[in-house]
Design a protein around this ligand. Structure first.
Ligand SMILES: C[S@@+](CC[C@H](N)C(=O)[O-])C[C@H]1O[C@@H](n2cnc3c(N)ncnc32)[C@H](O)[C@@H]1O
Length: 232
């Protein structure tokens, strides 16, 4: 903060308040935007739930499998790649509460959480908005889910059959006005047994074609946004 370099008692007082200012849940998003991987996702993951007054937000794939989490307890910059989407979606839920919208984020992942992972919601007083669903397969979870989903974020296994199964399983649970945000949409890695070449990307092209009621917004952020009832 440039103005804090000025001399004088007011400047010192300002510095003291600045340095003592606690971090809050919006800093979870700011830190994403400022420093780390995920910065290009923040506007979509925060903005779309707000635009829809979302009561039910579901993320499929919520842990992060390929990072060693041996570092310190501090969130954000010291935890650059853990819970990227979770923290942004939780911040959205908290902002929705200010608008009087009671919102819940369901975080589904096959794996159990890292030991310190549950502290994210606790440390930022976001527990009321979070329903972790760890140790569960995304498709099986969607098939059991009895609510109505406003925003679905798909970020589990990036394959043809996984994304197709998730979108098909989600379809009956999606609200009339809903958004499905699909991460890593340009992944073309094939898997043995795929019906056509082209991996996740091909699956998304095919699913979009066969579901014209969804508007497909392909972004330069490696995310496809499928919306029903509105366009971005
Ligand atoms: C790319 S990471 C998710 C990252 C997270 N969205 C974030 O922003 O920090 C993918 C996660 O999907 C999970 N996953 C893979 N297959 C799954 C399945 N069938 N059901 C649920 N989770 C799955 C993995 O355990 C892994 O933690």
């Amino acid at each position: 903060m440039r103005q804090l370099r000025r001399e004088g008692s007011a400047a010192h007082a300002a510095l003291a308040v600045y340095e003592g200012a606690p971090r809050n849940y919006l800093d979870l998003v700011v830190d994403m935007g400022a420093h780390v991987y995920g910065q290009d996702k923040a506007a979509y993951l925060l903005g779309i739930p707000l635009a829809l007054d979302s009561r039910v937000i579901v993320e499929l794939g919520s842990a992060f499998s390929f990072y060693d989490l041996g570092h310190s307890y501090e969130w954000s910059v010291a935890q650059p790649s853990e819970s990227v989407s979770t923290r942004i979606l939780l911040a959205a839920a908290r902002l929705l509460a200010i608008r009087g919208v009671q919102s819940t984020v369901y975080s589904v992942d096959l794996r159990d959480p890292q030991p310190m992972r549950p502290r994210l919601a606790h440390d930022f007083a976001l527990e009321a908005y979070h329903q972790p669903q760890f140790g569960q397969d995304s498709v099986a979870w969607l098939q059991r889910f009895e609510g109505t989903i406003d925003v679905l974020f798909c970020d589990s296994k990036h394959t043809y059959r996984q994304i197709t199964a998730e979108l098909d399983a989600a379809l009956p649970t999606l609200a009339a006005r809903a958004a499905v945000i699909v991460d890593n949409c340009y992944t073309t890695t094939p898997e043995a047994g795929d019906p056509v070449p082209g991996g996740k990307f091909a699956a998304l092209q095919e699913w979009s074609r066969s579901h014209p009621e969804f508007n497909a917004t392909w972004t330069q952020r490696d995310m496809l946004i499928l919306t029903r009832g509105f366009s971005l």
